[in-house]
Design a protein around this ligand. Structure first.
Ligand code: RFL
Ligand code: PHB
Length: 393
């Protein structure tokens, strides 16, 4: 079986689905090839916070209705610190913008719905996807579906297949550079059908990091820093709640409504970037090219930023024969990626306990929190970094 399309999109997570939707609205045909079933993709629980520009992008492309109904606009996020005053990252005050608490799972549902409504082609459960002749003018993708080998001839390939995908591996080792940092802990997250506390709050405590977040007025999301080898079986609900409550100051712990978890999972933390993000006619976007630790809430937002720049580049190429944005995509995307890597690394460093840490380093990072409490320029810088770079360069 052989088909032809203008853009083959590998990976049907949020980046791949949004790119597919935007290209379709500009009259550029595309096919999404996804390794997992639709049910599996919709069952994943990940990001929860959208930057202002991500929110606007979703609205601009007709994806804002449910988000504006069910999501919770936020003026910023709190930081609590053992034995020190609380701090608020006041995004509204310093930038005039708001963030939105709205889950990645809901966004992915919204994206599937519009792709199906508009007759978009998504091939789920595609096995052994591989990319061929990517340095030529006529690349193609092969995969297996229902035991049958299939081929898609395409003008371009978009690698939106996340950290475990194949796209990155299609770039020659000779040009591919990898930058990486692993952290000696993970995040254990739970979802609970109880009202959240008023603000999203990150907490530092000598027992470890904790985070109180939300998905809606009736759905809360909580995380605790855990040891790298831990499994969910090590963390029955009672242990989780005891640890979480111990890591928040009393006045916040009192507001947390506990209950049985409806989901529980562990995510390792890492910083990871590959360069370049373009190889011939292959363009990487989202987690296929980099990972940020979730402390800055940047991963999904960066993926949407890539989609913004990549869709503009592909539309200009197809509609105006202008290759300028294709040629600048990788550099533009990487500049933004490194800004987010920088913030995510710093916030991770600031808010977690690093086993075996040098006491000197510990005092330096505590002092960074003191600076935040007292220095307005530090408060403004963090608010601007947390809300994300605008889409205007
Ligand atoms: P995804 O979501 O991983 O989707 C990639 C898709 O590609 C498919 N795939 C393949 N398809 C075909 N062939 C192959 N060989 C394939 N290999 C893989 C996969 O099945 C999948 O469907 O990447 P994408 O689209 O780039 O989206 C990135 C985001 O998912 C990610 O950055 C965020 O979830 C990160 N993240 C957060 N981001 C935020 O902006 N704000 C947050 O608050 C936030 N919180 C988080 C997070 C990530 C977390 N975890 C679990 C790592 C909280 C957590 C705990
Ligand atoms: C979440 O709600 O899942 C969440 C919120 C903020 C983060 C990371 C994750 O920084």
């Amino acid at each position: 079986m052989q088909t032809k399309t203008q853009v083959a999109i590998i990976g049907g997570g949020p980046a791949g689905l949004l790119l597919s939707h935007i290209l379709d609205r500009s009259g550029i045909d595309n096919i999404v090839v996804e390794r997992q079933s639709k049910a599996y993709v919709l069952g994943r629980i990940r990001a929860g916070v959208l930057e202002a520009d991500s929110v606007q992008m979703l609205r601009d492309f007709g994806l804002g209705e449910r988000m504006d109904r069910e999501g919770k606009p936020k003026n910023g996020s709190g930081i609590a610190w053992q034995d020190k005053p609380d701090f608020f990252i006041d995004v509204k005050k310093w930038t005039g913008k708001q963030m939105m608490a709205y889950g990645q799972t809901a966004i992915t549902e919204d994206l599937y719905q519009v792709r199906e409504r508009d007759g978009g082609e998504i091939v789920n459960e595609a096995k052994n996807v591989s990319i061929h002749d990517i340095l030529s003018d006529a690349p193609h993708i092969t995969y297996e579906k229902d035991g049958e080998k299939r081929r898609i001839d395409c003008g371009f390939a978009a690698g939106c297949d996340g950290f475990h995908g194949v796209s990155r591996q299609s770039i020659s080792d000779i040009v591919l550079k990898t930058y990486e940092r692993a952290y000696p802990f993970g995040w254990l997250g739970i979802m609970v059908e109880k009202p959240p506390i008023v603000n999203l709050v990150y907490a530092y405590h000598e027992r470890g990091f904790a985070l109180a977040s939300l998905r809606s007025e009736v759905l809360s999301r909580y995380y605790v820093q855990c040891a790298p080898g831990d499994t969910v079986d090590d963390w029955p609900d009672d242990r989780f709640w005891e640890e979480l409550l111990a890591r928040f100051p009393k006045h916040l712990a009192e507001q947390i409504v506990t209950g049985p978890s409806i989901e529980k999972s562990i995510a390792p933390l890492r910083s990871f970037v590959v360069e370049p993000m373009r190889y011939g006619r292959l363009f990487l976007a989202g987690d296929a090219a980099y990972i940020v630790p979730p402390t800055g809430a940047k991963g999904l937002n960066l993926a949407f930023s890539d989609v913004h720049y990549l869709s503009r580049a592909l539309v200009e190429h197809h509609k105006k024969a202008n290759n300028h944005y294709l040629d600048t995509y990788a550099d533009t995307a990487l500049r933004r990626v490194w800004s987010a890597e920088n913030l995510s690394w710093r916030l991770t460093r600031l808010l977690h306990v690093f086993p075996g840490e040098d006491p000197f380093d510990e005092r330096i990072w505590q002092n960074n929190y003191d600076l935040l409490l007292h220095l307005e320029s530090a408060q403004e810088t963090l608010a601007r970094e947390y809300v994300g770079l605008p889409f205007d360069d």
